[in-house]
Design a protein around this ligand. Structure first.
Ligand code: 3HC
Length: 687
């Protein structure tokens, strides 16, 4: 293994190079070696200035997150940073790749900072539920002003080298190769006898006395539920109100508080889960993939358009296959895509959005590498569509089903090549970062790997599962919410409770947005398998039968104004009262904590079943699907992580109590919940 840090002499310049792949994180061993070599360079009379740069793809991307939560080992990051600040000779940070968090803090302690044009700089600590804890909150406002510093620290946004230069965060944007130009810059600093410019000696001032309070109010809604953004503001307050040393101490106190907070633990869990989810055990990283040059999405509806738009960024040719001339005309008009009378003949008509075309020419199926069925509304229609694609397409083409609730094995079995069949489910019309890839029993590893790669190339997170996960859990969550309506709650109360928990939308507003027909169709398809209480809770069909299909229809669980804002609807409340009466249920006032627990425990319980049936391989797959697909609050880590924090014994006991109280036998804890609770374990590990 090459050394983590080296010191080379080039004339009177000392060049310190860090080499800790993949991202040069400030691990303990690196910090120890760096301090030792810096001390050596400070003491060496033949070295007049020092350049710090990194080997590999990036400058330091921050503290080593894997060390968080463990006993800190000296020297810690703040010690390294302050050592550089006090250096007796100029130290220059030469940046490339991403200079982040503790890496940027180290650079801020240097006396000069230069970067290549492609470098990006920032403080992403807030996304881990933290704040820059090695002087970043004290130095940045001193260097670039309070307003710009708040923006960077509180939002975690990265800036380009050019923007950093404009802000005064770096001294120059330099040419590549970095090492040579950094040395030339160092030589210039010496030649021009430039002073030691210590950011810690500058003063940070507010633009107006009420600036911090105004900023706090301005972010209150956006950062609702998070702790770190508000601690960041307090740390910046220390930079303007306290001397530098006292400010550092205040920053440390706030950092330590955040590090121990459940919010940060959950956000750090999400950081690693997001990277882990794409590495599935059982699917080797080196699995071959198939080339995807052309995709045909069959259909022109909402689902088809969303999928087409997603793929258009990554695949050279994406075509929506319309069923009728009317569909073709509507799609061309709505999306601004080009129409193609016959794509095979190259007869494209007009310029459209890059990479996407719409056609009526079904012969295109024979040329496609990937065919996506996005028009059929039920399993039978999907099956016959995939059988048709099987016959029409060339060997090796991948056939994709997109029904959110479909049994992918049943669909794959209608083709002569189940190894080429896979399902996908995008959330929020393709806007969500997660994509569920559902492999069937016989889907080949190559096909799974191809889809995983495609999703990654879209900048999204792929979760490889054996059947529907997110939608299946949502059904159980909504079912419990409907029982609550039957027992006495109203949609706005249930939604408020889940919104206060941290969801953007509660289950009813969420269902209205997606369209109630989806859940209704699913309910109809599996009606015979429902338990008696679920069958008798006919609220969904009563609402849909009135044409209240949700936001698009102007009404669902709510009424919607012209701007799409939900308004509680007395007509719906009257329907609920009547339904409860018909069912012989005496409506009662349901406390908020009961609403919260029953909805969340229904979700967690179904997640446990999904794990037990191996539909999802790991709890982290479920957490990622819920954080990204349904905006489950990331500062709670996802439903399975959250359940572990609550303790599964408590979850089990509460479920049993609610089941007895509401005579809801269906709400018995899943066997996995029982087993883990008995063993005092969690979904992730023994606590
Ligand atoms: N510590 C430890 N490991 C890290 C790390 C870090 N700071 N940053 C990234 N890694 C690991 C990832 O977990 C991943 O590991 P894996 O290969 O085993 O899955 C590997 O490095 C590569 O990371 P990515 O897959 O994310 O690679 P990308 O090229 O897509 O992105 C990146 C690179 C932009 C640097 C991205 O990894 C990133 O944003 N990292 C986090 C940066 C960060 O949050 N820094 C602040 C840390 S907190 C801090 O510094 C506290 C200080 O104020 C005291």
């Amino acid at each position: 293994m090459p050394p983590l840090v080296t010191l080379e002499k080039h004339g009177n310049l000392g060049v310190v190079a860090l080499n800790n792949p993949p991202v040069n994180a400030l691990s303990h061993e690196l910090r120890r070696t760096l301090c030792a070599l810096l001390a050596e360079a400070f003491a060496d009379a033949s070295i007049d200035a020092i350049v710090i740069w990194c080997e590999g793809r990036t400058f330091i991307a921050g503290a080593d997150i894997r060390e968080f939560g463990k006993a800190p080992l000296a020297p810690d990051v703040p010690e390294v940073v302050e050592l550089i600040d006090r250096a007796p000779k100029p130290v220059i940070a030469a940046l490339h790749g991403t200079a982040l968090g503790g890496g940027l803090e180290l650079a801020l302690a240097c006396h000069y900072r230069i970067a290549v044009a492609s470098a990006r700089l920032g403080f992403p600590e807030v996304t881990l539920g933290l704040l820059p804890g090695a002087g970043g909150t004290q130095r940045l406002p001193r260097l670039i002003g309070v307003s710009a510093a708040l923006d960077l620290i509180v939002n975690g946004t990265l800036v380009s080298a050019a923007k950093a230069h404009a802000l005064g965060l770096i001294d120059a944007v330099i040419e590549e190769p970095l090492k040579e130009h950094a040395q030339a810059f160092g030589a210039r600093v010496l030649l021009e006898r430039r002073p030691l410019r210590r950011v810690s000696e500058l003063v940070a001032q507010l633009d107006a006395p009420e600036q911090l309070e105004a900023y706090r109010s301005s972010i209150a809604q956006k950062h609702r539920g998070f702790l770190a953004p508000f601690h960041c503001i307090e740390a910046v307050r220390a930079a303007v109100e306290l001397p530098f040393e006292a400010g550092l101490q205040r920053e440390r106190e706030l950092f330590v508080e955040l590090m121990a907070s459940p919010e940060s633990k959950a956000q750090r869990h999400a950081f690693f889960a997001e990277r882990e989810v794409a590495k599935l055990p059982g699917l080797a990283a080196e699995t071959a993939t198939r080339a995807l040059r052309s995709v045909v999405v069959v259909g022109c509806g909402k689902r088809a358009r969303a999928l087409g738009a997603c793929f258009a960024g990554a695949v050279p040719a994406v075509t929506l296959l319309a069923g009728t001339q009317q569909e073709l005309d509507n799609t061309v008009a709505a999306l601004g895509v080009s129409s193609a009378a016959s794509v095979l003949d190259g007869a494209n008509a007009g310029e459209g959005r890059a990479g996407m075309t719409c056609t009526l020419d079904a012969r295109l199926l024979s040329e496609a590498d990937l065919i996506v069925e996005a028009s059929a509304g039920d399993v039978a229609a999907q099956r016959s569509a995939l059988a048709r694609f099987d016959a029409a397409s060339r060997p090796g083409a991948i056939l994709v089903s997109t029904l959110p609730y479909s049994d992918i094995d049943t669909i794959a079995s209608c083709t002569g090549r189940p190894a080429d069949v896979v399902g996908i489910h995008v959330y929020r019309g393709g806007a969500a970062r997660i994509v569920e890839i559902m492999r069937a029993r016989d889907t080949s590893p190559e096909v799974s790997a191809t889809l995983m790669q495609l999703v990654k190339s879209l900048g999204k997170v792929p979760a490889l599962v054996r059947g529907p996960v997110g939608s299946r859990m949502f059904t159980e969550y909504l079912r419990e919410a409907l029982f609550l309506l039957e027992e006495g709650a109203v949609p706005q109360q249930v939604d408020r409770v889940l919104h206060d928990f941290g969801f953007q939308l509660g289950p009813f507003a969420e269902s209205d947005r997606e369209g109630l027909d989806i859940e209704w169709n699913h309910r109809k398809a599996r009606f015979d398998s429902l338990d008696p209480r679920a069958r008798a809770c006919t609220l969904l069909e009563q609402i849909c039968e009135q044409g209240r299909f949700g936001l698009q229809a102007g009404a669902g669980f709510y009424r919607y104004d012209a701007d799409g804002n939900p308004i509680p609807d007395p007509d719906l409340e009257a329907l609920l009262v009547l339904h409860s009466k018909d069912r012989g249920v005496v409506r009662r006032t349901i406390p908020d904590h009961e609403i919260l627990e029953r909805c969340l425990f229904a979700l967690i319980n179904e997640g446990a079943r999904v794990l037990e049936e191996r539909v999802a391989a790991r709890p982290l797959d479920i957490d990622m699907i819920w954080i990204h697909g349904y905006a489950f609050p990331v500062y709670r880590g996802g439903p399975m992580f959250y359940a572990d924090q609550l303790g599964l014994a408590g979850v089990r006991d509460a479920m049993l109590e609610y089941a007895a109280q509401t005579r809801a036998e269906h709400r018995t804890p899943a066997p996995l919940v029982e087993r883990l609770a008995l063993g005092a374990k969690g979904f992730y590990a023994a606590p």
